[in-house]
Design a binder for this molecule. Structure first.
Ligand code: CP3
Length: 340
């Protein structure tokens, strides 16, 4: 097994930084569209053979050091009772948004059976990977999943979600506790099914003020992490806003914190406990730029992180769907050729 990723996640020395990219199993690949044109997104997630096909696309095309399960963070919300759909160009939608006590009460927390297709997909993927590289499983953090349940879909300003936590904090805590319970069970199911690492995505945490982040997001992530059966399984905590929240994120005791691109990576690494690795943090927009720029920015980051064990190369957030495939491939080749 290529163990660069697991070694770095546990802050051990490696000959070069490992590389994978958020949203690597997605729309920037022409081969993704060949599959997507035949099925709906949820059909793809729920059919283990298809989820495995998509997971394997970047493994076979890009030579990355870790695979990530093809699924979505919103499947927990669906399993709890959310009426989820994905429409091209619109994004995810919950047709029955959660806004009242009755809505919160109606959500089901004993719903792991509805997510069995994910465990099945993990088993198929592990057969296909055959020990080549580790497989990352994931789930959404309670705050980010809650925001979709409340808004009914994507949001620019999270107005309803913020009103909900500010005006109905007790109800927000009931909802977050329910999502956190399902998320911990779901991640333990993924671990039992065979994933080699876990990433928790709190994509929209940067919308929150420090106190609100602590009360409505961080506390639940800490609770989930403490409940994971994580022996030998590194846990990565990701949020947009990690350049600000990282010291608090560290208190939840993940093995790795995934850092957005607003901060100097070495600087933030040095402000964290030594046993916490960092992942990141190239601005994804660099991958639109000329190849010379891509190479220069990756080398700049690597020169900065030289002699610092516990560094996984990634983007500060996901690959945009219209980034040229060739540029992503080039970036990965630059990483693979780098020698400390
Ligand atoms: O990283 C990977 O490649 C693994 C697969 C993955 C997907 N979604 C596939 C996907 C992962 C890890 C996610 C997580 C996810 N989903 C997040 C957190 C990560 C992040 O990027 O911040 C969020 C916020 C979601 C919710 C979600 N799912 C949105 C907002 C959308 C629509 C985006 C848009 O621009 O329309 C999705 C759909 C989705 N999830 C797609 C993929 C490949 C596109 C579906 C399609 O082909 O139509």
């Amino acid at each position: 097994m290529n163990d660069l990723f697991l070694k770095s996640a546990f802050s051990q020395k490696t000959e070069r930084p490992p590389v994978w990219m958020m949203r690597q199993a997605g729309r920037f690949m022409p081969q993704y569209w060949e599959i997507k044109n035949k099925y709906s997104f949820l059909e793809m997630c729920k059919t283990p053979e298809i989820a495995a096909d998509v997971t394997m696309l970047p493994v076979n095309l890009l030579d990355i050091d870790a695979a990530i399960l093809f699924s979505d963070i919103l499947v927990t919300g669906e399993a709890m009772g959310g009426d989820l759909s994905f429409t091209q160009g619109v994004g995810p939608k919950f047709a029955n948004p959660v806004r009242t006590q009755a809505d919160v009460d109606a959500l089901n927390i004993d719903c792991l059976d509805k997510l069995q297709y994910v465990a099945d997909a993990i088993k198929v993927i592990q057969q296909r990977l055959n020990g080549r590289i580790p497989l990352i499983g994931f789930a959404g953090a309670p705050f980010t999943v809650m925001s979709y349940l409340i808004e009914g879909g994507s949001s620019r300003d999270f107005k309803l979600t913020k009103l909900f936590i500010h005006n109905q904090p007790a109800l927000a805590h009931q909802l977050l506790a329910k999502i956190a319970k399902v998320t911990a069970d779901y991640l333990n199911m993924q671990i039992a099914a065979g994933v080699n690492a876990i990433q928790i995505f709190d994509s929209w945490a940067q919308a929150l003020a420090w106190d609100d982040y602590k009360e409505f997001s961080h506390n639940y992530i800490a609770q989930i992490i403490s409940q994971l059966n994580r022996k030998d399984i590194p846990v990565i905590s990701f949020c947009k806003g990690s350049s600000v929240f990282a010291p608090l994120m560290a208190e939840a005791k993940p093995d790795v914190i995934s850092i957005d691109w607003n901060v100097d990576l070495l600087d933030i690494k040095q402000r964290l406990p030594e046993n916490i690795a960092v992942q990141g943090n190239l601005d994804p927009h660099i991958l639109y730029a000329d190849k010379a720029v891509i190479k220069d920015r990756i080398h700049r980051l690597f020169d900065r992180m030289k002699d610092t064990p516990g560094f996984i190369f990634n983007l500060g957030h996901g690959i945009m769907p219209d980034i040229p495939f060739d540029n992503v491939k080039y970036a990965i080749d630059v990483v693979r050729e780098y020698q400390y």
